[in-house]
Design a protein around this ligand. Structure first.
Ligand code: AMP
Length: 437
C-alpha cells in the first residue's frame, strides 16, 4: 500500500490542483491523522471528502465510486474512528462490531492491510477471512475477538454455519464492490448474510457501476441513504489514457511480445478471459524472453500472494490475470493494463482498466480488439462515453516473429456496425507511425 515518494508527490500535486481540503478538515482524530501522514497521504480524494463526514454522522451511504479512487479509506477511516470512540458501548469485548463483505480474497486482504495501516495508533482489532486456505488460523483469531471482520461471502457463511461467527452485534455493515458480487454469482449469499444482520445498523454500500439489480439490492438494504457519486456511473478513472488497437487473434501474441520488448514500461497487467489462457500466455511470454507470472483461481492462495508480491516489488514486470483474480489487485503506480481480449460484459472493462490510474496516478490502458470482438468493443465505447484513441502500429518495426498486424485505422470488415464514427480520434493517421511501441 505504501507507494514511492515520486508517486505520492504526483498524487498529492494532482489532488492539490483539484481541491484544497486536508484530512484535518474532516474531523478525523489525531491517531488517524498521524497514521495518514505516515502513509504519505496529504489530501483526501473526492470520495473521501464526501463520504467521511457522512459516515461520521452515522448516515447510510450509497457510494458510486470509480475503482482506485481511495474508496477503502473513505469507509475505513470513519469506521475506525467510530469504533474507537464508542468502544465502551460495545455489548461485549468479543463482539464483532463491523462487517465488511467483499467479493475476492485479494480485495479482502487489501482492505485488512488498510485497516492495519490506518488503525495502527488505535486499539481496533481486525480479522480477515476468505476461502481457499485452511480455516484454523482464521477461527483462532476470531476466538480472540475482533472489532472488524473483513470477509468473502463463502467463507463467512461457512464459519457462521459452523458456529464460529455471530452477526448479532454488527453496528456497521459495508458491502464493497456490490456489482462484482453480482457478476461473480454471490448475490444470493449476500442477501442471506444481510438477513442475519441486526435491523438497527449503519450500512455503507459501494459499487463502481449501478445496474438495475444492484440498485434494487441497495434499496432493500439501505435506510435513508445519502448517495455519493464521485463521477457519473460506469465511467472510468480520468487519469487513464485509453486506446485500442485492431489486431486479429492470431497476431495478438506477436504483437504483445514486440510491444513488451520494445517499450520501457515498469509494470504491465495483462487480462485474459480464462485461467488456461493466462497460463498459456505466461508460457509463451517466458519462451520469448519476457518474464511474466499468472494469477488466477486455480492457484493456491499462497501462490497467488507470492505472484502478487513479486509484481508489487518489481521482481516481475508483467502479471497475467483473469478478471476474478485481478479484482483485488492494488499495485501503486501500475503503469499499464492490456486487454488481450475484449470482455463481453462492458462493466468488466471499467474494472479492468481501473487497476491502473489509481488515486490520481496516471495510467495507460490498451485493448487489443479482433474483428470477432468488435461488437463487444462498440458496447464498451458506448459505456465509456468518450472517444477511445485508435492506435496505429508500424509493422516494419516488429520483431520477425510477428506475422501480420493491422497497421491501418480499421480493417475493412470492421467498418460494418461502426459506432460513434464522428467522435473517434485516431492516435495517428500515419500508417507508419507507432504510438504504442
Ligand atoms: P482504493 O480505491 O481504496 O483501492 O485506493 C487506491 C489507492 O490509493 C491505494 O493504493 C491507496 O493506498 C491510495 N490512496 C487512498 N487514499 C489516498 C490519498 N488520500 N492520498 C494518496 N493515496 C491514497
Amino acid at each position: 500500500m505504501r507507494c514511492n515518494l515520486t508517486e505520492h508527490y504526483t498524487r498529492s500535486i494532482i489532488f492539490f490542483i483539484f481541491n484544497f481540503m486536508t484530512f484535518n478538515d474532516l474531523r478525523l482524530n489525531p491517531s488517524l491523522l498521524k497514521a495518514l501522514s505516515e502513509e504519505g497521504y496529504t489530501t483526501p480524494t473526492p470520495i473521501q471528502q464526501k463520504a467521511i463526514p457522512l459516515v461520521l454522522e452515522r448516515k447510510d451511504v450509497l457510494g458510486c465510486a470509480q475503482t482506485g479512487t481511495g474508496k477503502t479509506a473513505a469507509f475505513a477511516l470513519p469506521i475506525i474512528q467510530i469504533l474507537d470512540e464508542t468502544r465502551d458501548q460495545a455489548k461485549s469485548k468479543k463482539s464483532i462490531r463491523t462487517l465488511i463483505l467483499t467479493p475476492t480474497r485479494e480485495l479482502a486482504i487489501q482492505i485488512d492491510d488498510n485497516f492495519k495501516a490506518y488503525g495502527r495508533h488505535t486499539d481496533i482489532n481486525h480479522t480477515v477471512i476468505f476461502g481457499g486456505v485452511k480455516q484454523q488460523k482464521q477461527t483462532n483469531k476470531l476466538g480472540r475477538g475482533t472489532d472488524v471482520l473483513i470477509a468473502t461471502p463463502g467463507r463467512l457463511l461457512d464459519l457462521i454455519n459452523q458456529g464460529f461467527i455471530n452477526l448479532n452485534e454488527i453496528e456497521i455493515f459495508v458491502l464493497d464492490e456490490a456489482d462484482r458480487m453480482l457478476d461473480m454469482g454471490f448475490i444470493n449469499d449476500v442477501r442471506k448474510i444481510v438477513r442475519m444482520l441486526p435491523k438497527q445498523r449503519q450500512t455503507l454500500f459501494f459499487s463502481a457501476t449501478m445496474p438495475e439489480e444492484i440498485m434494487s439490492l441497495a434499496n432493500s438494504i439501505l435506510n435513508n441513504a445519502v448517495r455519493v457519486n464521485v463521477s457519473r456511473p460506469s465511467s472510468s478513472a480520468p487519469m487513464i489514457s485509453q486506446s485500442v488497437c485492431y489486431v486479429e487473434k492470431q497476431d495478438k501474441n506477436s504483437f504483445l511480445i514486440t510491444m513488451l520488448k520494445t517499450q520501457d514500461t515498469k509494470s504491465t497487467l495483462i487480462f485474459t478471459r480464462t485461467k488456461h489462457g493466462a497460463d498459456k500466455l505466461v508460457k509463451m511470454l517466458v519462451r520469448n524472453g519476457v518474464f511474466a507470472e499468472a494469477i488466477h483461481g486455480n492457484k493456491s492462495q499462497n501462490a497467488r500472494q507470492q505472484v502478487l508480491a513479486n509484481f508489487k516489488s518489481g521482481k516481475s514486470a508483467v502479471l497475467v490475470a483473469t478478471d476474478i483474480a485481478a479484482r483485488g489487485i492494488d499495485v501503486d503506480g501500475l503503469s499499464q493494463v492490456i486487454n488481450l481480449d475484449i470482455p463481453n460484459i462492458s462493466e468488466t472493462y471499467i474494472h479492468r482498466i481501473g487497476r491502473t490510474g489509481r488515486a490520481g496516478a496516471v495510467g495507460k490502458a490498451l485493448s487489443l480488439c479482433s474483428s470477432d470482438e468488435y461488437k463487444d468493443w462498440v458496447n464498451i465505447e458506448k459505456l465509456v462515453g468518450t472517444p477511445i484513441t485508435v492506435e496505429t502500429v508500424n509493422t516494419q518495426e516488429f520483431v520477425p516473429m510477428v506475422k501480420e498486424v493491422f497497421s491501418d485505422r480499421r480493417p475493412a470488415h470492421f467498418s460494418k456496425g461502426r459506432s460513434n464514427t464522428g467522435r473517434r480520434t485516431f492516435g495517428s493517421r500515419n500508417k507508419n507511425t507507432s504510438n504504442i511501441i
